[in-house]
Design a protein around this ligand. Structure first.
Ligand SMILES: *Cc1c(COP(=O)(O)O)cnc(C)c1O
Length: 401
């Protein structure tokens, strides 16, 4: 059978519009398509492949576990899950871990836990969840409704209730909504999909204080910012603001599907047997790979490397901008970088992404006017330079056109 891009339109549900080429092989920060064309990867599978493609340590962990045991279900526990949970607990504020298979599912667990905790401790009336406009928390109906883009949750019938949205980085907006009826505030320390927008330290600190005043749990969605992306293991460590619940996925498995919810003993104890679960959550294969990923990322070499590589990116983008003046702002933290286009190119981020692919470079967008970079945390400096050169070629053509 001939596998081509046109087969996608024939057999796949049309909820995605993938690029015209089909990658078949990856190594480090390079990818090759069916025609043998090579691409430099600044996209990282949307902040997932934190150690690049087919990193030998991850491949080794996967193959090792593949020969031992793949799946048990939660009727039994398993060694990789316990080892990974121990590493996550030892290296964060958390005492307890719940495993899921994705970011959305991890957030679903966090939201359900917050509701259950508030109901048990304070009563039924404490059910309000506050999140932020432009925030993104997944595509399950609960998480997409908590997300701050109604366009993603409209059109599917009645939505889960008692969910409100405040303005990101605007503490008065949260103050106006929060009360003793609030059971949780969910926030990304840096909005990813919403435009690569870091919270200001004063804002995040004030959010924490408001949550404390009203006995509301603070949930950090670190699905995109977690596992080294910002230069710390988790983004909250940049701010010295500690959440009550933290969710992590994407880079956690380095490309193998896994998610986790981290919390404290006092909160975790409300999810008693039978209250929540997942067939695959804590799957040995996923946990073995994630254990290798976390242990590899959580070293001074890799984390300090993120900061140095981020600076290379920033300097390179600034140089390109001196020449072509296409970015109004370059922002982010560590290796999650957003380049907001000037008014002249407003709404054209997707065109930049396609033009980059034509030059052999994969980048992402975050909204209509922001080009986003989320490369491997260990991308070689030479690949950063070569990729930026391709990006500059793409921009030169865009500017001429
Ligand atoms: C990607 C993302 C999610 C959703 O994760 P899935 O694995 O696609 O369910 C949730 N929150 C944030 C901040 C994300 O970036």
């Amino acid at each position: 059978m001939q596998i081509t891009r046109s087969l996608f339109d024939e057999v796949m549900v049309p909820n995605y519009a993938p690029a015209k080429f089909i990658p078949v092989k990856g190594e480090g920060s390079r990818i090759w398509d069916q025609e043998g064309r090579e691409y430099i990867d600044f996209a990282g599978g949307i902040a997932v492949t934190c150690l690049g493609h087919c990193h030998p340590v991850l491949v080794g962990a996967l193959k090792d576990q593949a020969d031992k045991l793949w799946h048990l279900s939660n009727v039994l526990t398993n060694e990789p899950a316990l080892a990974l949970a121990k590493v996550l607990v030892d290296n964060t504020f958390a005492d307890k871990v719940y495993f899921a298979n994705s970011g959305g599912e991890s957030n679903e667990a966090a939201l359900k836990l917050a509701r259950r905790y508030a109901k048990n401790k304070y009563g039924e009336q404490k059910d309000q969840i506050i999140a932020f406009k432009q925030g993104f928390h997944g595509r399950t109906f609960f998480t997409v409704t908590v997300g701050g883009q109604p366009a993603y949750s409209d059109g599917f019938g009645p939505k889960p209730g008692a969910i409100e949205h405040a303005e990101f980085n605007n503490i008065d907006s949260l103050k106006a909504l929060i009360s003793d009826k609030t059971c949780a505030v969910m926030i990304e320390p840096m909005q990813g999909e919403g435009g690569v927008l870091p919270a200001t330290p004063e804002f995040l600190q004030a959010v924490r204080e408001l949550c404390d005043t009203h006995n509301a749990l603070l949930i950090f969605d670190e699905v995109q910012t977690g596992v080294g992306r910002t230069g710390k293991l988790y983004g909250y460590m940049q701010y010295n603001v500690v959440p009550d619940i933290l969710t992590t996925a994407k880079a956690l498995g380095g490309g193998f599907p896994i998610g986790a919810m981290l919390t404290t003993d006092d909160i975790a104890k409300h999810l008693v047997p039978g209250t929540h679960g997942s067939t695959y959550g804590g799957n040995p294969l996923a946990c073995a790979v994630a254990l290798a990923a976390v242990n590899t990322v959580n070293t001074p070499e890799v984390l300090d490397g993120v900061m140095a590589k981020a600076q290379l990116f920033r300097d390179g983008l600034a140089k390109i901008n001196e020449k072509y003046n296409v970015f109004a702002d370059v922002r982010g933290q560590g290796l999650l970088i957003g380049a907001e286009l000037t008014a002249q190119y407003s709404g054209k981020a997707r065109d930049f992404m396609v033009a980059a692919a034509d030059e052999g470079l994969m980048v992402l967008v975050a909204g209509a006017s922001i080009v986003r970079f989320a490369p491997s945390l260990v991308i070689p400096d030479a690949d950063i330079e070569a990729g930026l050169a391709r990006f500059e070629q793409a921009i030169a053509k865009m500017v001429k056109a």
